[in-house]
Design a binder for this molecule. Structure first.
Ligand code: G3I
Length: 332
């Protein structure tokens, strides 16, 4: 098995994948790796299915960016992870500044979820027919709600939480299930890799959603981590989550360092990738891993954390780093 998706599948996982973004699709050397299904079995659009892109003004939907990535993945025989319908960030100002009352914002949110998820619905694709001898699920999962908690486990302030209260979450999942009964519906967050207050909050929320019969299938652990500071409790935490009867995916993995990247840091990063991947690998219901783009050329890190970067398994010249072997070792 050569390739990260091949290694994940050989280990019994559903996929290894990468995020991407529309401007990157004109970079031919980049695309030739991204489209290689031995490397990546699922693609997440990093920006173009978010609210600011898909409903820039009220009731006017725009799917061109999302469709470009969806169609790219489909043409390669890759799955897609929808990201993301209800999030406090990357909202157009008509949502954040509209001063809508409770009932109006609920209907705006439901309408958004319904339209976006319906647009990509029916992702079972038989176009490869007997060549593949099984159906390919193109749209595998949606991050229905993203980042609902603060790091201390309290609810994060957002236009949805402030106006609707915590019931915005079950309402969003109900709308999502009605829009596409086949997509796996996830709640997704960062700093829930290891045990801690935020992971406990996520556990308790999903437990109560399940108890109320809310249609939720999975917990997405983003995995934006730091070299040398990877939690030791990842496997135990994933087991805790899956004990609720949901699956887990690692959805946005990257492991950043303070630049410059030295041999020692790259060696530690390799270990850290292996640690995260083996934690997922050890839990049957941890179904797959996606990295938040695959090359340092297109990572979000340097724009957000000044002086940090080199977080991904391919460097900015599209050359594999030691982290690549760490991922392969994690699936072994
Ligand atoms: O599209 C504009 C462009 O027109 C403009 O010239 C340029 C100037 O800075 O900005 C462009 O928009 C940027 C956009 O990415 C597209 O590149 C935004 O400024 C920038 O804020 C935005 O960052 C995205 C970030 O989410 C926003 O919150 C990152 O690409 C994206 O990787 C990141 O992804 C998030 C996940 O959705 C949720 N989890 C955390 C993860 C990392 O922050």
């Amino acid at each position: 098995t050569t390739g990260l998706n091949a290694a994940a599948k050989a280990a019994g996982k559903l996929y290894f994948g990468s995020a991407t973004d529309n401007p990157e699709l004109s970079d031919a050397p980049y695309v030739s790796i991204l489209s290689d299904t031995k490397q990546f079995g699922i693609i997440t659009p990093g920006n173009s299915m978010k609210w600011d892109a898909t409903e820039p003004s009220r009731g006017t939907f725009s799917f061109s960016g999302g469709d470009q990535i969806y169609n790219f993945a489909k043409a390669n025989g890759q799955m897609v992870r929808g990201h993301t319908t209800v999030w406090y960030s990357q909202l157009p100002s008509w949502v954040t500044s509209g001063n809508f009352d409770n009932a109006t914002l609920i209907s705006i949110m439901q309408n958004h979820v319904t339209n976006v998820i319906s647009h990509y619905k029916g992702g079972i694709d038989n176009s490869k027919g007997k060549e593949i001898l099984m159906t390919i699920m193109i749209l595998d999962a949606w991050d229905v709600c993203n980042e609902v908690f603060n790091d201390d486990g309290t609810w994060r302030t957002s236009v949805f939480y402030n106006t609707i209260g915590p019931s915005f979450v079950p309402l969003a999942f109900q709308a999502a299930r009605a829009a596409d009964p086949n997509a796996k519906l996830y709640i997704n967050d960062y700093n829930i890799e290891g045990s801690g207050a935020k992971s406990t909050a996520m556990y308790n929320l999903v437990k109560s959603l399940k108890a109320q019969g809310v249609p939720i299938d999975g917990i997405g652990i983003q995995g934006h981590l730091i070299v040398g500071s990877v939690p030791s409790t990842i496997q135990a935490n994933i087991e805790q989550f899956t004990s609720l009867g949901v699956e887990v995916a690692i959805t946005e993995l990257d492991i950043r360092m303070t630049l410059p990247a030295t041999d020692a840091l790259l060696a530690q990063q390799k270990k850290d990738y292996q640690t995260v991947i083996s934690a997922c690998n050890a839990v049957e219901k941890c179904i797959g891993v996606t990295i938040w783009d695959y090359t340092d050329k297109y990572s979000w890190i340097p724009n957000t954390f000044s002086g940090q970067g080199a977080a991904l398994p391919w460097d900015a010249n599209l050359v594999k780093k030691p982290a690549y072997d760490g991922i392969v070792a994690g699936f072994a």
